[in-house]
Design a protein around this ligand. Structure first.
Ligand code: HEM
Length: 476
């Protein structure tokens, strides 16, 4: 007997289940899964879709059929900005993806390479602390927009790792603006991704023009940076990604894969889309939860201040002594995974999960947020309680299906080391150098309202009063 599709809600003609998903899919999909189960079938416009909402189903799907789930859909905005999917994140599963991911892993994201960017991180974090001091010289200063400042730091760290010292020459400010606009065109569902035959509509609704504008500006910046590297004007002490990619062009074994400039540019875009907003959102959600939980804030600050002592700043070598801070970050990633539905997958072949058929070409969402707050695996799941990570040692990312903020299987995030290095250093310094206060009305609590996008941020920026801490005077 032919297996059936997984259960799911009734669908309307043409739109299918689209009207039930709405503008906040990570929330509506939770409610739908509660009714229809942890393996659910939806028809989103013309796209057959499966949503996985439990650790148990994720484990069964990815242990037995990792390859079948290793594809990605070709999304409208991503296709153009990644130079025709010449990236890692959205490249179709195959040889190009494998080679490109290997280059990322070895040349940019390995533990050794991440360590080599230490001075980049320390410099950018020092500059963040100095900016906050300038804006908030005393405890009676006005609140500062921490969300904005944190995105600038994560952008700057990624830009320096990718471009080396040419980052400022590339016009740091202009690049930030373009990257912001890029995140906005990539955010959310667009009609052309749900009804591929409707892609023409983006000529009318303005999306095509926005994508073209961002693409043009990015291309301009990349061309300038690559040109300077080719002229030999680049002297970064740690070696940067552009240098590495240009060297690969000279290598006869790699030339076929990385021969064209478009390939280099596609990979650069990937680093910015995958790496900056995700890390910034993690920092901001962690600060949000610390402010909502003064007991946890006090313990985290004590740990950091004990480790750094009278030093004006926390250095990377101090981070080894901060186990509590690491649990705090894990707890934040559990409650607020920046990519709550991971990145969409598309099945490369048909497979059977839990006795149900998943046809080839099905779009797949894994609901990391629901999995991380499933009462079957987490006690009092909505409570922010970092101590729950105290037993069992470090999390083994990718092997623990109850906690998947970085995804699962062969397409899981390769940037974990790179991300956590900057997230930990920024947070440690924010906690060491300042005391923080959210100026709220009587009885009011700091909110956790979300704005949906490929990366889920706070709906409103995190604006806080920063009170300089006594030992924080001599920064670095
Ligand atoms: C806290 C920060 C981060 C979070 C929460 C995060 C999360 C994720 C998630 C959920 C995925 C999709 C995984 C899947 O489909 O199973 C992903 C993929 C990816 N991430 Fe990250 N990420 C972060 C930081 C970074 C950084 C800093 C980089 C690089 C500089 C990076 C590079 C990538 C790439 C290239 C992919 C695509 C992998 C592939 O398709 O083979 N990420 N990330």
């Amino acid at each position: 007997k032919r297996p059936r599709l997984p259960p799911g809600p009734w669908r309307l003609p043409v739109v299918g289940n689209l009207h039930q998903v709405g503008a906040n899919p990570h929330l509506t999909l939770r409610a739908l899964a509660e009714r229809h189960g942890p393996l659910m079938f939806l028809q989103l416009g013309s796209i057959p879709t499966v949503v996985i909402s439990s650790a148990h189903v994720a484990q069964e799907a990815f242990r037995a059929h990792d390859l079948a789930f290793a594809g990605r859909p070709a999304l409208y905005s991503v296709e153009r900005i990644s130079y025709g999917l010449r990236d890692v994140s959205f490249a179709p599963y195959g040889e190009y993806w494998r080679q490109a991911r290997k280059v990322f892993m070895v040349e940019l994201l390995s533990a050794k390479r991440v360590r080599s960017f230490r001075s980049v991180r320390e410099r950018e974090v020092a500059s963040l602390v100095a900016s906050i001091r300038r804006l908030a010289p005393s405890s009676s200063s006005s609140p500062i927009d921490l969300s904005r400042m944190v995105v600038s730091v994560t952008n700057a760290v990624t830009c320096r790792a990718a471009f080396g010292d040419r980052y400022e020459a590339a016009g740091g400010g202009r690049l930030h603006r373009v990257l912001e606009e890029m995140q906005s065109v990539l955010g959310g569902f667009c009609a052309g991704d749900i009804f591929p035959w409707l892609r023409w509509i983006h000529a009318l609704d303005g999306l095509r023009a926005r994508v073209e504008r961002v693409f043009g500006e990015l291309d301009d910046i990349y061309s300038q940076v690559i040109e300077e590297h080719l002229r030999g004007d680049c002297t970064s002490e740690h070696g940067d990604l552009v240098q590495v990619l240009l060297r690969l062009r000279e290598d006869p074994t790699q030339r076929n894969t990385f021969g064209s400039m478009d390939q280099i540019k596609g990979l650069l875009t990937d680093i910015f889309t995958a790496g900056t907003e995700t890390s910034a959102a993690t920092i901001i959600w962690t600060m949000t939860e610390l402010l909502r939980n003064p007991r946890v804030m006090a313990r985290a600050q004590k740990e950091v201040r004990d480790a750094a002592g009278k030093k004006g700043a926390v250095e990377e070598t101090d981070l080894h002594d901060l186990p509590f801070l690491k649990w705090v970050i894990n707890e934040s990633l559990r409650l607020h995974p920046p990519a709550p539905l991971l990145l969409p997958r598309e099945t490369t072949e048909a497979c059977t999960v839990g006795g149900y058929e998943i046809p080839a070409g099905t779009r797949v969402f894994v609901n990391a947020k629901v999995i991380g707050t499933d009462p079957a695996n987490w006690s009092n799941p909505q409570e922010f309680r970092p101590e729950r990570f105290s037993s069992g040692g470090d999390v083994r990312w990718g092997e623990c299906f109850e906690f998947v903020p970085f995804g699962v299987g062969r397409r899981s995030c390769p940037g974990i080391n790179f991300a956590l290095a900057v997230v930990e250093l920024v947070l440690a310094n924010l906690l060491h150098c300042f005391d923080w206060e959210a100026r709220l009305g009587k009885g009011e609590e700091l909110d956790v309202e979300e704005a949906f996008g490929m990366v889920v941020h706070r709906k409103r920026p995190l604006c806080l009063v920063a009170k300089p801490y006594e030992y924080g005077k001599a920064i670095f």
